[in-house]
Design a protein around this ligand. Structure first.
Ligand code: CIR
Length: 268
């Protein structure tokens, strides 16, 4: 059983945090339509959607990934690096609690955004970014290593989160922009490079099967239609791509991983 926890777009989405992009007008209705279509793509791949309400006080709430890290063993409730985003956390913790997973909250002075956490098998790569500090990485290490995970800190620069620069696109394959993150930190998996014309193209959401239309059971990547050259590179590696339009969400520095938290039960 695969659930995708998502969050409604706030009426004050246009007041989102911005770090690397200039503020431009956001068409909130278009953003909502793109978010709906993103959820439908997840449904096609076998996910059951659980959507949490949002609120004016939480402009960035749609980017739910940053508020928690969900593993099979339980959920880590994050402490986002941008102070105004901490108001998003309690509703997500409550929603995750309804799945009955054990929960652990990171404690101050730790800061960590879920967008900085990339899990590949039993390896957990954590971006040392402007949002995630050393204490956040240390608390994750102390929590996860007893479960057999190996936690590694990875420096990131020129982008918001680790997963702006590198994401999993298969069980043992990652998509990377080597200009923003050191490739030698990821020894082991096959690396697929973003097309040089598409530096923002490394954020892909791998939905592992079986389920829905994913009849072969080896997963499909939900991927922004805005990066066709990198999309073709993924397909050339045998990776199935489900394109979605997310350019309105991208104006708020959001990608495809950040709009859901996947919660898996059973063998899928
Ligand atoms: C922020 O700056 O926090 C939001 N405007 C964007 C967060 C995107 N999160 C993600 O990619 N994991």
């Amino acid at each position: 059983m695969l659930f995708a926890l998502t969050r409604e777009i706030s009426p004050r989405f246009a007041e989102c945090q911005l770090t690397h992009l200039p503020r431009v007008a956001i068409d909130i209705e278009r953003a909502r339509a793109q978010h709906d279509a993103y959820e439908w793509a997840l449904v096609e791949l076998g996910c059951t959607i659980r959507r949490i309400d949002s609120a004016p006080e939480t402009p960035d709430a749609v980017f739910i990934e940053d508020t928690a890290v969900v593993l099979r063993e339980g959920a880590v409730i994050a402490r986002p690096g941008a102070e105004p985003r901490r108001a998003e956390v309690p509703a997500v913790a409550a929603a995750l609690a309804r799945f009955g997973l054990p929960q652990h909250e990171l404690a101050a002075p730790a800061t960590l955004d879920g967008g900085d956490v990339l899990v590949v098998g039993r390896q957990v790569f954590i971006g040392a970014s402007a949002r995630t500090n050393v204490e956040g990485i240390d608390q994750m290490r102390r929590l996860l290593e007893p479960f057999g995970y190996r936690v590694r800190a990875v420096p990131v620069h020129s982008c918001l989160h680790l997963k702006s620069a590198v994401t999993a696109v298969g069980r043992d394959t990652i998509l990377i922009n080597r200009d923003w993150v050191p490739a030698d930190a990821f020894a082991g998996p096959t690396l697929v490079d973003v097309d040089p014309d598409e530096p923002h193209a490394a954020n892909a959401l791998w939905v592992a099967g079986p389920g829905g239309l994913d009849l072969r059971g080896d997963g499909v990547v939900i991927y922004p239609a805005a990066y066709p050259k990198t999309g073709r590179r993924l397909e050339a590696h045998g990776i199935r791509v489900r394109a979605v339009e997310v350019d309105e969400l991208a104006k708020a520095e959001g990608g495809v991983t950040c709009c859901s938290l996947l919660v898996k039960f059973g063998r899928s």
